[in-house]
Design a protein around this ligand. Structure first.
Ligand SMILES: Cc1cc2nc3c(=O)[nH]c(=O)nc-3n(C[C@H](O)[C@H](O)[C@H](O)COP(=O)(O)OP(=O)(O)OC[C@H]3O[C@@H](n4cnc5c(N)ncnc54)[C@H](O)[C@@H]3O)c2cc1C
Length: 421
C-alpha cells in the first residue's frame, strides 16, 4: 500500500495531522492500535494553564513566549511562539470543520469544571459544557444539579460543595426511568456510555426534558452529567428547547461522552477527506535505510508493507504505549528512536501523586523540525507529534491537548513545505 504520508497513532495529534494534510489533498493513512487519550478527555482542550514554576497562566500565548525564554526544550519553544499563535487560530477551525463546536480564546484562559466540581484553566471547550470566566465565582447564582439515580461516575454532593464555595446556591435532583432500571440490574453497567444510549431514544429524552424543566424552576441553570448524545447530535438542543433556563453539561469520570464523540468526529472527518483509517492495527516494525523510513509493517497486514514519502510517529506517551518503561530505560518501541529520560530511576517519580513527576516529561528525542532522532541522527522523513514528545508536563502545565495540536500542525506543515520545495 502506497500513501503520501502514513501516520502511526490515531489520537488527537495523529488525526489532526492527518486532517490538515488531507485537506491539502495529501493521500494519508492512519494506523491506530486502540482508543486514545481523547477518548477519556473532559470536553476541553488545554493550551497552557501553568508555567513550569507553578505560576498560573491567564494568557496562554504570553505564557508560551515566557516558555520560549525560560524552557528551550519545551515543544512550544521548539515550534516557536509565532507559529504556535498561528496554529492556535487554525486548530479550532479544524475542530469545527470536523463537527466539534468549540469556543475559547488563546489570549485568555477560561475555566472548565472538572468532574469533581472545581475550576481548571483551559483554552477551548465544546459547546454546551459548563465554563466559568473566573476561578473564584460561578457564573450562576442558583443551580440545580440533576443526576441519574445509581450513576457511579458523577458526584453531585462534591460538585455542589465546590459551587457553594464559589457563591452559587445548589440543589440536587435525580432522574429514573424504566429503561434505566434495565441497565441498573448490573450496577457496573451504570456507565455514561450505556446511559447515553438510553437517552438516544426519543421517548427517554422527552422524559428527561420534562424532569429537567421541572428541576430548573427557580434556578438560573440546570447542570447535567455528560450522559447524552453518544449517537445523536441534537440531544442537548432537544432538552434546551423544552427548558426555561440554560442546561450545562459537566464531564463525568471515564468513559467520557465528549471524548468519545470528539474521537469519532475526527475519524469521520479524516475519512470524509479520503483518508484511510486502520483502527485496531499496530505498527510493529520498520525498514530504515540511508536515513529514511522506507516502509512499515503492521500486526494485521503481516508482510504487506505501508510505503510513504513521510511518516509521523503519533503513538502517544506511556498511557498509549507510545513509550515503554523498562526497569532502567525508556523505550520507543516502533522505531527504537532515541529517548530523553533521567538515567537515575529513583528520580522518575515522587511519592506524592499530585507532584510534578519527572517521567511525564520523558519522550522521543527530536530535532528542531520535530524529526525523530535515532542513533544521534534525525531520520529524514519521520516526524514525531503529540504526547510522545519530550520536554513538557501535560498535567502540571495543563498543556496536553495544546502540545498535541500544535505539534501535529507543525509536522503537517513541514511535510507540506517539503512537498512544495
Ligand atoms: C486519561 C487522559 C485524559 C486526558 N484529558 C485531557 C483533557 O481533558 N484535556 C486536555 O487538554 N488534555 C487531556 N489529556 C492530555 C492528552 O495527552 C492530550 O490531550 C492528547 O489527547 C494526547 O493525544 P496524542 O494523539 O498525542 O496521544 P494519544 O491520545 O495517546 O494517542 C496515541 C495513539 O497511538 C496509538 N498507538 C500506540 N502505539 C501504536 C502502534 N505501535 N501502532 C499503532 N498505533 C499505536 C494508541 O493506541 C493511541 O490511539 C489527557 C490525557 C490522558 C492520558
Amino acid at each position: 500500500m502506497i500513501f503520501d504520508t502514513v501516520i502511526i497513532g490515531g489520537g488527537l495529534a495523529g488525526t489532526l495531522c492527518g486532517i490538515h494534510l488531507a485537506e491539502q489533498g495529501r493521500k494519508c493513512a492512519i494506523v491506530s492500535q486502540g482508543q486514545s487519550a481523547i477518548h477519556f478527555s473532559s470536553g476541553s482542550f488545554d493550551l497552557l494553564g501553568r508555567l513550569p514554576d507553578g505560576g498560573a497562566v491567564e494568557d496562554p500565548m504570553a505564557g508560551i513566549v515566557e516558555l520560549e525564554r525560560t524552557c528551550v526544550g519545551h515543544p512550544y519553544s521548539v515550534i516557536g511562539s509565532a507559529l504556535c499563535g498561528r496554529y492556535a487560530r487554525l486548530a479550532p477551525e479544524l475542530l469545527r470543520r470536523a463537527g466539534i463546536p468549540v469556543a475559547g480564546d488563546c489570549r485568555r484562559n477560561h475555566y472548565r469544571i472538572t468532574p469533581m466540581g472545581s475550576p481548571k484553566a483551559t483554552w477551548l471547550t465544546i459547546d454546551g459544557y459548563m465554563t466559568a470566566e473566573s476561578r473564584d465565582r460561578m457564573p450562576y447564582g442558583r443551580v440545580c444539579i440533576v443526576n441519574i439515580e445509581g450513576f457511579l461516575d458523577f458526584y453531585p454532593e462534591f460538585i455542589a460543595e465546590e459551587f457553594r464555595k464559589r457563591g452559587a446556591e445548589c440543589c440536587i435532583d435525580s432522574v429514573n426511568l424504566p429503561d434505566l432500571e434495565r441497565i441498573r440490574k448490573n450496577p457496573s453497567e451504570m456507565r455514561s456510555a450505556n446511559i447515553a444510549r438510553v437517552f438516544d431514544h426519543e421517548e427517554n429524552l422527552e422524559a428527561l426534558a420534562a424532569r429537567v424543566r421541572a428541576a430548573g424552576e427557580g434556578c438560573d441553570a440546570v447542570i447535567l452529567p455528560a450522559i447524552i448524545g453518544i449517537n445523536r447530535n441534537d440531544s442537548l438542543e432537544v432538552l434546551q428547547s423544552k427548558a426555561a433556563v440554560p442546561i450545562r453539561l459537566l464531564p463525568t469520570l471515564p468513559p467520557s461522552i465528549p471524548g468519545i464523540r470528539a474521537q469519532q468526529s475526527l475519524q469521520r472527518r479524516f475519512r470524509a477527506l479520503g483518508g484511510e483509517y486502520f483502527l485496531g492495527d499496530a505498527v510493529v516494525s520498520a525498514d530504515i535505510a540511508a536515513g529514511r523510513v522506507r516502509r512499515i509493517f503492521t500486526a494485521n497486514h503481516g508482510n504487506i508493507p505501508f510505503e510513504a514519502d513521510d511518516f509521523v510517529l503519533a503513538t502517544g506517551s506511556f498511557f498509549s504505549k507510545g513509550l515503554v518503561a523498562t526497569p532502567d530505560r525508556v523505550v520507543e518501541p516502533v522505531f527504537g528512536a532515541d529517548t530523553v529520560y533521567e538515567a537515575d530511576r529513583s528520580r522518575w517519580y515522587t511519592q506524592r501523586f499530585f507532584d510534578r513527576h519527572d517521567y511525564q516529561a520523558f519522550g522521543v528525542n527530536t530535532d528542531s523540525a520535530l524529526r525523530v532522532v535515532k542513533g544521534g541522527t534525525p531520520i529524514e522523513n519521520l516526524y514525531c507529534a503529540g504526547a510522545g514528545l519530550a520536554g513538557f508536563h501535560p498535567v502540571q502545565e495543563g498543556c496536553g491537548a495544546g502540545v498535541s495540536m500544535m505539534s501535529a500542525l507543525y509536522v503537517a506543515e513541514a511535510i507540506l513545505k517539503g512537498k512544495r520545495s
